[in-house]
Ligand binder design. Sequence first.
Ligand code: HEC
Length: 165
Amino acid sequence: MRLTVGLVSLGLLAACDTGTEQRDAVASTRTVQRPYWPVPPGAIARGTAAQQAALAPPGPQVTPQLVATGEERFRAFCTPCHGVGGRGDGAVVSRGFPPPPSYHDERLRALSPEQIVQVITHGKGRMFPYADRVLPEERWAIAHYVKRLQGQETGSPQGQETEGP
Ligand code: HEC
């Protein structure tokens, strides 16, 4: 009888030891380990179609409201590098970040709102993408505000798109 009890407690001890070893193997006991499910090939994230529709040119109607939203978003997301006037002299640049080109350069003045939306979505060169922080409609708003900064109107006061055929 005593022998049986001894064997059982030995077994329990052994079980405890195994548990300790396993816990040592993970970095933190607070980490919740979830199985990794690979994304099946060809999978499309929910809302992709709606997002692509929102990004398709010519984008939303250019209204004073849209441009005002653009200004507000531009100041939040873009001025740290591009500067309030878009001259590539934002605060981050004075800390050693490579300066972006001025929006008033010939080449950047020629960018269409659509191309600016592309830059916000995908990034460009040293500029990283802002797709995870700026909604598609806001990207259009910012793009039209940038055109305003460049002194180029992209919509009539009635909110009609006047650019292009
Ligand atoms: C962290 C700094 C940083 C922020 C924030 C930033 N940019 Fe840029 N941007 C850059 C740099 C650097 C370049 C130059 C990229 C290159 O050519 O390598 C650039 C280039 C550009 C260009 C020119 C692309 C071209 O064709 O040469 C546009 C347009 C632009 N940014 C728009 C924006 C807008 C709109 C925002 C806000 C949503 C923004 N950027 C936020 C750093 C930034």
